[in-house]
Design a binder for this molecule. Structure first.
Ligand code: FE
Ligand code: ZN
Ligand code: FE
Length: 168
């Protein structure tokens, strides 16, 4: 049944978001740039809201909220942890760029997962669930864009260091 597939997708996402609630504070702690730190902290708050939306979605579908191990996110979080560990040996902007790279992989994964779930919910005529998923989808897209914006100056800074010494 298509509804079962939707529940399956939501259980996967529920587990994925649960992992992020734990991982984002570590990313925030590791970030050198205050802007990046703030972005991770803001997205943590958003992520907690996203978990609440998933709880509402399960309720609307008459299902108990529960997670099913999301291996994709496990791998992405592991790579994020690698970026944190390896970053300790790197210059600040380079370490931050690696963190951003890991975080954007996460956002893209989530965008894809919510897009799929939203499309299934649409097909099922579950309008309230669609709305909840769409709100989160927008947040994930914004988070991705925010990370791109923060990366811009860091990229220039890292590259500029090599070209000339007249910056700052
Ligand atoms: Fe999320
Ligand atoms: Zn997954
Ligand atoms: Fe996200």
């Amino acid at each position: 049944m298509l509804k079962e597939l939707l529940i399956d997708e939501l259980q996967d996402i529920y587990h994925a978001e649960g992992q992020l609630v734990k991982a984002l504070p570590k990313m925030a702690k590791a970030a050198n740039s205050s802007e990046l730190k703030e972005a991770f902290q803001n997205h943590l708050t958003e992520t907690q809201g996203q978990v609440r939306r998933l709880n509402q979605a399960f309720e609307l579908l008459g299902e108990k909220a529960k997670g099913k191990v999301c291996k994709g996110m496990q791998g992405l979080v592991e790579e994020g942890q690698e970026a944190i560990t390896d970053g300790k040996e790197k210059e600040d902007p380079i370490a931050d760029l690696a963190l951003i790279g890991a975080a954007q992989r996460v956002e893209h994964y989530e965008i894809s997962a919510y897009g799929t779930a939203r499309t299934i919910a649409e097909q099922l005529g579950q309008d309230e669930v669609v709305q909840l998923l769409e709100q989160t989808l927008e947040e994930e897209k914004n988070a991705d864009e925010t990370l791109s914006k923060i990366a811009g100056p860091l990229l220039e800074e890292s590259n500029g260091d090599m070209e000339d010494a007249d910056d700052e």
